[in-house]
Design a protein around this ligand. Structure first.
Ligand SMILES: [Zn+2]
Length: 206
């Protein structure tokens, strides 16, 4: 399994991870009650299991390709719609999980944020795999390769409405996730499926 380091909960006040304003859906409401420690710890516990289960789904070839540990941190920002975000930091990659994202989506969203109907188990796994897709994309510098090889200078349909709206990097992360969780769905998108199949079935050992 890939190496995961849980770095715990970070407080709102130090959150600068939403440097892109379009990730924030509304101004902060000062009157919202803050969840207590017990609530936070119980939710972190569930997410930790989801992170480990999702990481365990990665085939050995993919595990071999990643040579740096993935840091996982938790935070709460109720003004922001994303539940997960992947970032490069401290020479490696980190996944931040928002325990309580905004119930209001962004303007461009034509769907409800996942949190609205409660996260199902498969949605949690999907979220973690999507963010792990970004980690691979960052650490192995795969985005340009994916665009040139999978898209091959053609306009291709993106794999999900989210990817369609947000572009190639999101299409990479969605395709990465779908290859693991729902390969039959991904087969409907041959350029992305073929690229991911090649990626996941070639050895990471050189
Ligand atoms: Zn993403």
């Amino acid at each position: 399994m890939i190496s995961i380091r849980f770095l715990g909960f970070v407080d709102d006040s130090v959150m600068t991870i939403f440097d892109s304003r379009d990730l924030v859906s509304r101004p902060e409401d000062e009157n919202l009650p803050r969840p207590d420690k017990e609530w936070i710890n119980s939710h972190i516990k569930i997410w930790k299991v989801a992170v480990c289960k999702a990481a365990a789904l990665l085939p050995d070839n993919a595990v071999e390709k990643l040579n740096k540990p993935v840091q996982v941190l938790f935070f709460i920002d109720r003004t922001a719609w994303p539940t997960g975000i992947a970032k490069n930091q401290y020479g490696t990659s980190a996944i931040y999980i928002n325990l309580l994202p905004s119930f209001e989506g962004a303007d461009w969203m034509t769907w409800d944020p996942l949190v609205v109907n409660g996260f199902s188990w498969i949605e949690k796994l999907g979220l973690v795999l999507h963010e792990l897709g970004h980690v691979y994309e960052y650490q192995l510098d795969l985005l340009e390769k994916f665009i040139s090889e999978a898209y091959n200078r053609k306009i291709v349909s993106k794999t999900t409405p989210y990817a369609e709206l947000r572009g190639a990097a999101e299409d990479f992360a969605e395709s990465f996730c779908l290859y693991i969780l729902d390969p039959n769905y991904l087969k409907k998108y041959p350029p992305q499926y073929t690229w991911m199949k090649e990626f996941f079935t070639t050895s990471g050992k050189n």
